[in-house]
Design a protein around this ligand. Structure first.
Ligand code: ATP
Ligand code: MG
Length: 470
């Protein structure tokens, strides 16, 4: 098979030229080839393997490029990287790898193209296209990756048990590719992942999370989470989700399985947003349900304050997984905390409740509405329609109230300084009390969200507290 057109672009002919100048044998390999054949034009990184010195080839390629981009050399790995405007090109000399227990960093020695293909994780990632003049564009595929690509199968070139044990990150990659590409993990491989699940312990949190992000960013993350669960990887990463699994029964009363419910919510929200952190919020929105679950003889199953408990759990979870403890985390916390508020509104929409919701959610109100709509997973068609209709009403009400009262990004109309000046006060607790009372009166709809009504209200409050005008 020849894929000349796949690599007819300027950059490949240039690499080819550099390679023959140095008397090397060179190939494009891995993700770029796979994605080209799948017609997925998302690859911005290109992997080049040469039989010989990858760093020397990178330097020669840079010399031939108009702007001579800087070559970044990673001596320990024997690799080099350079960036053009659109691309990131990585060069490596073909190598053989041998692993020892306890580390995913192998001993490396030089090898042939086939040695290098053997160290690749999946047959579909071991495909190589020749950049050599004599067979430019030829596909080199010793493990019949092309068939697996057509059938949609993930299979390791060598023994799966050893492949996953050597570098357990491959377990995460298998599940990530299965989710991203909609592929099936071949059964020997799937069993090997389950068998080696404990080996995940030697992988850094950052790498695990990178793969998890890619699972969450795909069209149907539930595929990945079910695989992570079946292979026993998920309890090591997100035990909070595993704790949501199962249905209890007391006195004939059951509750829904909140694990599978959560996965449905995540799939749902992927239809309406690409925001990775809103997707994370969907994944974590019910984690507080496990520690708060109780059976009450009168009302049945309850999860009292699970939103609050869940939002507190988010911090510990992010910290444990070495995820950034920044405003992204705060956003997830906020979504979890507010996740039931619009639902409560759906059955009783009052202006003041809507104002409070807008006040609390601020600019994240639209994200919150998406989360709550995704949370509707009832299989009863009538209820499904009704709930969505109710949310339509909530959305309309939010629009109407916001246009009138401008509560989003609420700024107190009366400052502390003005209160101090008006009553000739030094800083004291009462100033905060007056400010809070003004805010409450606005949210309750007793006064308008403007200066004049707030000023009058402040005068009344001040007098009530026994203050005298300046
Ligand atoms: P993507 O770029 O979409 O994440 P990719 O397959 O290109 O997918 P990279 O991390 O860019 O992934 O790696 C490039 C190539 O290097 C892969 O296609 C594969 O051949 C090889 N590779 C990457 N990581 C591993 C690994 N842990 N074990 C074996 N081979 C790997
Ligand atoms: Mg890649």
């Amino acid at each position: 098979m020849n894929f000349k057109e796949a690599i007819s672009s300027h950059i490949f002919t240039l690499i080819s030229k550099a390679s023959s100048e140095l008397g090397l044998e060179t190939y494009v390999i891995g993700g770029f080839v796979r994605d080209y054949l799948l017609d997925r034009h998302t690859s911005k990184d290109i992997d080049i393997v040469t039989i010989g010195d990858g760093i020397a080839l990178a330097e020669e390629v840079s010399r031939l490029l108009p702007h001579q981009p800087k070559v970044q050399v990673f001596k320990t790995y024997g690799t080099a990287m350079l960036r053009t405007k659109e691309l990131e090109i990585e060069f490596v000399g073909a190598r053989k790898e041998s692993y020892s227990e306890g580390s995913r960093n192998p001993k490396v020695s030089t090898g042939t193209l086939e040695d290098d293909q053997k160290r690749r994780d999946f047959t579909i990632n071991a495909l190589a296209l020749s950049l050599n003049t004599e067979n430019y564009g030829a596909l080199l595929d010793p493990f019949d990756g092309i068939s697996d690509l057509k059938k949609g199968i993930l299979k390791t070139p060598l023994d799966p048990n050893k492949t996953y044990s050597d570098d357990p990150l491959r377990m995460m990659r298998a599940i990530r590719f299965a989710t991203q590409l909609g592929f099936t993990i071949e059964s020997n491989s799937l069993n090997a992942i389950a068998e080696n699940h404990e080996r995940l312990q030697i992988i850094t949190k950052e790498r695990i999370i990178d793969e998890l992000h890619k699972i969450i960013a795909s069209d149907k993350p539930s595929t990945g989470f079910k695989l992570l669960e079946n292979t026993k990887l998920l309890p090591q990463i997100l035990p909070e989700l595993i704790a949501l699994k199962g249905v209890d029964e007391v006195e004939g009363q059951t509750h829904k399985d909140n694990f599978y419910h959560t996965l449905e919510v995540v799939d749902n929200i992927c239809l309406t947003t690409d925001d990775l952190w809103l997707r994370w919020a969907a994944l974590l929105h019910d984690i507080g349900k496990a520690p708060t679950k109780k059976y009450d003889k009168k009302v049945g199953w309850t999860f009292h304050a699970h939103e609050f408990v869940g939002s507190k759990m988010v911090y510990r979870l992010f910290k444990r997984l070495k995820m950034p403890l920044n405003n992204k985390m705060k956003f997830v916390q906020k979504m979890v905390l507010l996740s039931s508020r619009p639902i409560v509104l759906a059955s009783d929409v009052t202006d003041s409740a809507v104002r409070r919701l807008i006040f609390d959610a601020g600019d994240d109100i639209d994200s919150l509405m998406l989360l709550c709509e995704a949370d509707i997973t009832t299989k009863n068609a009538k209820k499904f329609k009704r709930y969505h209709k109710n949310f339509e009403l909530v959305r309309e009400k939010i629009k109407e109230v916001e246009e009138r009262d401008r509560i989003r990004n609420f700024q107190p109309p009366i400052s502390g300084e003005l209160i101090m000046e008006t009553f000739n006060l030094k800083p004291c607790r009462e100033i905060g009390m007056i400010k809070e009372a003004i805010k409450e009166a606005i949210l309750e709809g007793k006064i308008a969200n403007d200066y004049d009504e707030s000023y009058q209200f402040m005068l009344t409050k001040g007098k009530e507290l026994g203050f005298i005008l300046n």
